[in-house]
Write a protein that binds this ligand. Structure first.
Ligand SMILES: [Fe+2]
Length: 186
């Protein structure tokens, strides 16, 4: 089985099993779209950044099946940073993301857009929003916030649901934050 198939199959079953409340319908939709036939993309070449030194610590927090599948997939990922005008101290060199399902990711499936986000300990990924509804499968530690709520720590295997257009943020604590996000097609 290809590493991407192994990881996304596992991620889909973790999402389907963990979603409750308002995250249940979009989470089940993510799981269904992950099972769609893969379509080709134009992937960026694999690339690591200095912040990727925190991946080992993130994997140590992860559920063992996901950690092993992530380690097999990680050499294919192209890690990039994102310029954000509201990034605080350490943000520029303290975060990275890698597209998985995207026209420039590893492949495409069912119109989902997806990627990994990594945030170093003590660094905040600042408030942002986007029109598509979003489901995160939390892989390691870290804390999460959305407008109207308090910072909280879903923990490895937890789910974060962001309704369309809501402001949200996340941060590494004493441990790095690693998660995979899924933006639903409208
Ligand atoms: Fe987001």
């Amino acid at each position: 089985m290809r590493p991407i198939d192994r990881f996304l199959t596992l991620a889909g079953s973790h999402v389907a099993a963990a979603v409750t409340g308002p995250a249940r319908i979009p989470g089940q939709r993510v799981a269904a779209l992950l099972a769609a036939p893969p379509e080709p993309s134009e992937p960026a070449p694999p690339r690591r950044l200095p912040v990727c030194r925190f991946l080992d610590a993130a994997c140590a927090e992860m559920q063992p099946d996901l950690a092993s599948a992530f380690r097999a997939l990680e050499p294919d990922l192209s890690w990039k940073t994102r310029a954000m005008t509201n990034g605080g101290p350490g943000f520029a060199e303290g975060h990275a993301s890698a597209r998985v399902l995207d026209p420039n990711g590893l492949e495409q499936r069912g119109g989902l857009v997806s990627g990994f986000s990594l945030v170093a300990p003590g660094v905040t990924y600042p408030e942002h929003d986007h029109p598509p509804e979003e489901i995160y499968l939390v892989l390691s530690g870290g804390e999460w916030w959305k407008a109207g709520g308090a910072w909280h720590a879903p923990g490895p295997g937890g789910i974060v649901h962001n309704p369309p257009g809501i402001l949200h943020a996340m941060r590494g604590t004493s441990v790095p934050l690693l998660a995979i996000w899924f933006l639903l097609p409208t």
